[in-house]
Design a protein around this ligand. Structure first.
Ligand SMILES: [Zn+2]
Length: 372
C-alpha cells in the first residue's frame, strides 16, 4: 500500500459506475462491518491509515487496496470484504473459549471482533520482539515469583508484576478499544503467537489496584495450563472473586498466593474489628500494611471491601464497603494509576516497531494508542 498522500480523485468520480448495486464500495463495507461489531468510527479513527481521506473512501480504484488492508488488520477474509453477496468471514475461525460474567449469557458472535482484532495486533507485535527463550508454564510458582519480585521491588504491584511477565516472555498489552457497545469489552484475553503468550487487559480506567489482581489471575490461567499454546483464545468478560467454577477458584487462589504470600489475612482482622471504618482510616491502614508485607495498598483496600461486603453483619456495613473503598483509592497516599501507559511503556522498551512496514506500524500505534 502506498504511504504517500492519496492523489486527488478524478473530476468525474461521482459519474463512475458504482460497484455492488450502486453503493459506494467502502460505504457498503462499513455497513457490513458495523453489523458484526466494527463501527465506522472505529475503522476510521483506529484502523485505516491516516492518508485515507473521505474522497479516497469513495474511489473504486483504491478500494481493492483498502479491502486488503482492512482484511489483514481486522483478521477478515479480504475476498469476503470485497464481495457484498458473501458473508464476512474471519480468517481465524477457531472459536474462543470465553467465560461470560456471572449470570450472563454471551453470544459467540459478540466476542468475535474483539478476539480477531487483538489477535491481529499480537501477530504484528510478535514480529517486533526479540526471540526470548520459550515460555514454560510449569516453571511458574507463585511463591517463587513473589520472592523474585520483592528482591528488587519494595512492593508487589501492577508495575512490578508487569515487568516480571515481560521478563518471562509474556507480552501484556492494553486491549484494542472497539468503541462499540455491541462488541465485547472483556477484562482479560490470553492468546498465543508462535510460542509466546499474549495477555490483553482492558486498560482505560485508573485501575492499577484491581489490575494487579486481574494480571495475576490471567498469569494463573497460564501457569495452571488452563490455556496452552495451540488452544483457542481464552477470553474473560470479568474476573470474579466469588466464582465457583473450578478453574476460576484455582486461578483466584493462585493469584492471591502470588500477591499476598503468607499474608492471606492481611487487613482481615482489622476490618472485622473496625466495621465503621471511613475512607481515610482505610487508606492509612492499607499503607501501613503495604510497608509491612510489601503488597500494593490499593489492592489491600479492594480486598478489604470484598471481605467487608462478604462478611457484613448488617446491610449498612455491606452497602458502605465498596463506596468506602473507592473513596480510599482516591486518598493521596494511595497510588492508583492507569494501567494502559504502563503496558505501553513496556512495549516501547522491548519492541522494535521499525521492523514493520509503515502501514503495519501505524496500525499498531493507533490501535494500541502508542501515539497518545
Ligand atoms: Zn479466570
Amino acid at each position: 500500500m502506498k504511504t504517500k498522500a492519496h492523489s486527488p480523485p478524478a473530476p468525474d468520480l461521482d459519474a463512475r459506475p458504482l460497484q455492488h448495486g450502486g453503493e459506494p464500495c467502502l460505504a457498503s463495507v462499513y455497513s457490513r462491518l458495523a453489523k458484526i461489531g466494527f463501527t465506522r468510527k472505529f475503522i476510521k479513527s483506529t484502523i485505516l491509515p491516516s492518508w485515507v481521506c473521505d474522497q479516497a473512501e469513495k474511489d473504486p480504484d483504491v478500494f481493492p487496496e483498502l479491502a486488503l488492508f482492512l482484511g489483514k488488520a481486522l483478521g477478515i477474509s479480504s475476498r469476503s470484504l470485497a464481495d457484498p453477496t458473501e458473508p464476512l468471514v474471519f480468517c481465524n475461525p477457531s472459536p474462543a473459549r470465553y467465560k461470560p460474567a456471572t449470570g450472563t449469557v454471551l453470544a459467540e458472535e459478540r466476542i468475535a471482533p474483539a478476539k480477531s482484532v487483538n489477535q491481529q495486533i499480537a501477530l504484528e507485535v510478535e514480529a517486533c520482539l526479540p526471540k526470548d527463550p520459550a515460555f514454560v508454564a510449569s516453571e511458574l510458582d507463585p511463591t517463587q515469583i513473589r520472592n523474585y519480585i520483592l528482591r528488587s521491588s519494595k512492593k508487589l504491584d501492577f508495575k512490578s508484576l508487569l515487568a516480571y511477565c515481560w521478563h518471562l516472555g509474556i507480552v501484556v498489552l492494553p486491549a484494542v478499544d472497539l468503541h462499540s457497545n455491541s462488541a465485547l469489552k472483556f477484562t482479560g484475553m490470553i492468546t498465543w503467537q508462535k510460542d509466546r503468550p499474549f495477555i490483553f487487559l482492558r486498560g482505560n480506567a485508573k485501575d492499577t489496584s484491581w489490575g494487579l489482581f486481574v494480571l495475576a489471575h490471567e498469569l494463573a490461567h497460564l501457569a495452571l495450563e488452563h490455556v496452552k499454546q495451540g488452544d483457542a483464545a481464552f477470553i474473560e468478560e470479568s474476573c470474579d472473586l466469588n466464582s465457583i467454577s473450578d478453574q476460576e477458584v484455582a486461578a483466584n487462589e493462585w493469584a492471591l498466593s502470588l500477591i499476598l504470600g503468607e499474608n492471606k489475612n492481611a487487613m482481615s482482622d482489622f476490618i472485622r474489628m473496625t466495621p465503621r471504618i471511613n475512607a481515610k482510616q482505610l487508606a492509612a491502614r492499607a499503607i501501613k500494611e503495604q510497608s509491612l508485607i510489601g503488597v500494593d495498598a490499593g489492592f489491600l483496600v479492594l480486598k478489604s471491601a470484598w471481605e467487608r461486603s462478604l462478611n457484613a453483619v448488617d446491610q449498612a456495613t455491606k452497602n458502605a464497603a465498596w463506596p468506602t473503598a473507592r473513596a480510599a483509592l482516591k486518598e493521596p497516599s494511595i497510588t492508583d494509576e492507569h494501567t494502559k501507559p504502563l503496558m505501553l511503556d513496556a512495549l516501547r522498551i522491548k519492541g522494535d516497531l521499525s521492523v514493520l512496514s509503515a502501514e503495519e506500524r501505524e496500525l499498531v500505534v493507533r490501535a494500541l494508542g502508542l501515539d497518545k
